[in-house]
Design a protein around this ligand. Structure first.
Ligand SMILES: [Zn+2]
Length: 211
């Protein structure tokens, strides 16, 4: 599996394009905010002859979903995410309240709920969904055992952890998710976070000051 990273929007978020050897790919957290960012990924997909077969969100905070409508419409894909974050999308919910930032971007409902332990397959690749609540109740991480790689969303960062002061965030859940679920993975697992630089599970066990 090859991984292409797009750093997008003003927060800035890491959008990951996971590309299987047979050229099927899934996109995680399409944070594309501007037309230029949208065109950039579109051009990349076209030029590399990839077939985009999946759209996944690690959670439903606005910086991770700006480009959902664009990808969903352009490639005719359902939005896959944990339903624990649905409340953020509701009328009167957190995201609607941030109209100043959301602007003309359409907020889309989750089309397919993902559960802890569920396997997402594309090409010859496989991702396991790990429910890692705390930053938000519906936060998930995605683990590829074959590639020793974890997409951690905003749960775990290089020498840092996700915020727990956003709607229905929970410090205890966040700590449990990291300690019991992510730190159970092999030390050499590469961790690709929603923001910032990559790290490994082993490095975080040793050096993360919040743990
Ligand atoms: Zn977030």
């Amino acid at each position: 599996m090859k991984i292409k990273i797009f750093e997008v929007n003003m927060y800035p978020v890491n959008t990951y394009l996971l590309i299987d050897e047979n050229k099927e790919a899934v996109i995680v957290d399409p944070g594309f905010y501007t037309e230029a960012e949208q065109q950039n990924v579109e051009r990349y997909i076209k030029a590399s002859g990839i077939k985009l077969v999946g759209l996944i969100n690690t959670h439903q905070h606005l910086d991770h979903i700006f480009g959902n409508d664009f990808i969903k419409s352009k490639y005719n894909l359902p939005i896959q995410a944990h339903l624990g974050d649905s409340f953020l999308l509701e009328e009167g919910g957190y995201l609607r309240a941030r109209k100043d930032i959301i602007g003309s971007h359409r907020i889309c409902p989750i089309d397919k709920g993902l559960e802890d332990g569920e396997l997402i397959r594309f090409g010859g690749s496989e991702l396991r969904v790990i429910h890692t609540p705390g930053h938000s109740p519906g936060s998930i991480s995605l683990y590829s055992k074959a590639d020793s790689c974890l997409i951690s969303g905003d749960c775990l960062f290089q020498e840092s952890i996700g915020r727990h002061d956003l709607p229905r965030g929970n410090m205890r859940d966040l700590m449990f998710s990291i300690r019991q679920k992510l730190f159970a993975l092999p030390d050499d697992t590469h961790v690709l976070s929603g923001h910032g630089e990559p790290t490994t599970i082993g490095h975080e066990k040793k050096y993360n000051p919040f743990m």
